[in-house]
Every structure is written in structure tokens, then in C-alpha cells.
Design a binder for this molecule. Structure first.
Ligand code: AMP
Length: 295
């Protein structure tokens, strides 16, 4: 079945209603486009959950800070539609900004607590933009199963909480991070990496993997786990924006000179050249991003 492209809120709402009218459950994969195999895995997961899959393509202006890459974020509608079609997606919603933010709008959605640290601390206003647009997308889609990547772990946790707190008729599901064969987490922003930056960027997965290996061997000191990631980044001349060890559910920071638990989120953001990349691993729960030789 060919994928159907709709551009307006009214059309997308009617099309989702029609799918439910056929007795189908609706799956929703919100994206900013520039789709890759990570996004495709979310679509396939939504299909495996037995849903009629819908995908949204919208580069959401309110989640970008004034000095961030909104205007240069990659946009490639034709290629995105082809990927959706190949993944068996039923419906793609690609609205204009004026459709999602009607003239004169003043409403924002904010989740407290979970948004305080990590990317919330380094990108003021970012999560308010995310929770506002995703609330709108949920409102237009109606009852659905929404699949998000754990690559954006904090975002996934924030949206899970938001759906619960606001009693939205949406089940939020997380999907593991999809990586290149060499361990680099797939990201639409990887196209900005020059060849040498692409090589250096592997330090993110390497650092997480070394820390994962240490944790598996019994290391529980926050500072030592952190230092091993810092070392991996500095070997590749990368400065971190943050390297944080937090509780995987509350996202509360582990004491800086104390101990981490059996399950701990290790999340980091770093700039490689002018490109900001993020990555994470839940130590004690997920396999390390890379299989390393003996350290
Ligand atoms: P974006 O790339 O910001 O448009 O993200 C759209 C959705 O795809 C979000 O739920 C992301 O977490 C998810 N996503 C992006 N990259 C990956 C990846 N490498 N693995 C899994 N999910 C991803």
C-alpha cells in the first residue's frame, strides 16, 4: 500500500480517525525528518506492535535555541517518503510551521524535574519546545502507541512522564539506540561531520563502552566512571558539554564523589567540530555500545 502524505492538521486527524474506524491501532513515530536506519527501526517496531504506522516530519522551531542549527537542519522530503514507503508506513504528516503554531498562539507545555539536568541544563527551553510539539502531535493523532528512541533518553523519559501526567490516550514506548557498525549512534546530524570528525566522534561510543566494561567489572565510583569517559573524549580532542551519571528513572545525578547503583544512566553530550552529538547507555542494563578488547 502506498504511503499517503498529508499536510494539514485536519487531514491527519481525519486519516487517523479513519484508521481506527477500520479497527486498527495507530502507531506514531514523531521525527524531524532526514530519516535514517534509526528512525526506520522505530517504524518497524511500531509495526511489530501491530499498529498502522504513521510518521510525522516536522523540524520544530521551538525546540531550537537562538544559536542552534534550526536553519541548517537537513530537510529531504522525497527521500524521507521513500524510506517511509519501504518501511510499510501508512501515513506521513508533514505540516508547515503555521499549521502547528497557529498565528497568535501562546501556549506551552512544561515538564518539571526530569528536564532540569542533562540536555535541559545546557539547552534552555529545548524540552519545553519538545513537550509542546509532541502534545500537539498527540492531540492531532488521538489514541495511539508512540515510539521514541532511547538515543534521546531524557526526551523519552520526559515524554513518558508527560503522557502519564496529562492523562493522554497515548502509550509511550522506547526503542534501543541504533548504531553504525563501528558503534557511532545514528543521527541526522552525522551528515555535518567532516571525515576526520566522523572518526573522532567514535570516542563517544568508546567512552561509554569503557565505562560499561568498568561497571560490569564492579567499579561503582561516580568519579572514576566519569573520568574514563572524559579520557576517551580527550584522546580524540573532544570537549564534553556534559558527562553525567544519573538514576535511569528519576534522572537525578549520582553524588559526584559517591557511588552509582547497579543500574545507572551514563549520558553525554559533546561537540565534535561544530556538531553537537549526544549518546548514552544504561550501565548494568544494556550491552555496551562496542565490544572492546581487554582494557
Ligand atoms: P530526530 O532524529 O530528532 O528526528 O528523532 C526522531 C526520533 O528518532 C526520536 O524518537 C529519536 O530518539 C529517534 N532516533 C534518532 N536517532 C536514533 C537512533 N540512532 N536510534 C534510535 N532512535 C533514534
Amino acid at each position: 500500500m502506498a504511503v499517503q502524505l498529508v499536510r494539514t492538521v485536519q487531514e491527519f486527524r481525519a486519516a487517523c480517525d479513519a484508521l481506527r474506524g477500520e479497527g486498527l491501532r495507530v502507531g506514531l513515530v514523531p521525527t524531524m525528518g532526514a530519516l535514517h536506519a534509526g528512525h526506520r527501526a522505530l517504524m518497524e517496531h511500531a509495526r511489530e506492535l501491530g499498529t498502522a504506522v504513521t510518521v510525522t516530519l516536522f523540524v520544530n522551531p521551538t525546540q531550537f535555541g537562538p544559536n542552534e542549527d534550526f536553519s541548517k537542519y537537513p530537510r529531504q522530503l522525497e527521500a524521507d517518503l521513500a524510506l517511509c514507503e519501504a518501511a510499510g508506513v501508512r501515513l506521513v504528516f508533514a505540516p508547515d510551521a503555521s499549521e502547528m503554531y497557529p498565528a497568535g498562539e501562546t501556549t506551552r507545555v512544561r515538564v518539571d524535574g526530569l528536564t532540569a539536568g542533562l540536555c535541559g541544563a545546557s539547552r534552555p527551553g529545548h524540552f519545553e519546545g519538545v513537550t509542546t510539539i509532541v502534545t500537539k502531535l498527540f492531540a492531532v493523532t488521538g489514541p495511539c502507541i508512540a515510539v521514541f528512541g532511547r538515543k534521546d533518553y531524557q526526551q523519552f523519559k520526559v515524554l513518558e512522564r508527560m503522557a502519564r501526567d496529562l492523562l493522554l490516550p497515548v502509550t509511550v514506548v522506547g526503542h534501543p539506540t541504533v548504531r553504525e557498525a563501528d558503534g557511532l549512534a545514528l543521527s541526522s546530524r552525522n551528515v555535518f561531520l567532516a571525515p576526520d570528525e566522523r572518526t573522532r566522534a567514535l570516542a563517544l561510543a568508546r567512552g561509554l563502552s569503557r565505562a560499561s566494561q568498568l561497571h560490569a567489572a564492579g567499579e561503582r565510583h561516580t568519579a572514576r566512571l566519569r573520568a574514563c569517559v572524559e579520557a576517551a573524549l580527550s584522546e580524540s580532542a573532544i570537549t564534553s558539554d556534559y558527562i553525567s551519571l544519573t538514576d535511569p528513572d528519576s534522572l537525578e545525578a549520582c553524588p559526584a564523589d559517591g557511588l552509582v547503583g547497579e543500574r545507572v544512566l551514563l549520558a553525554l553530550a559533546a561537540r565534535v567540530g561544530s556538531t553537537r552529538l549526544i549518546d548514552n547507555s544504561v550501565l548494568g542494563q544494556e550491552p555496551a555500545p562496542l565490544t572492546l578488547g581487554a582494557a
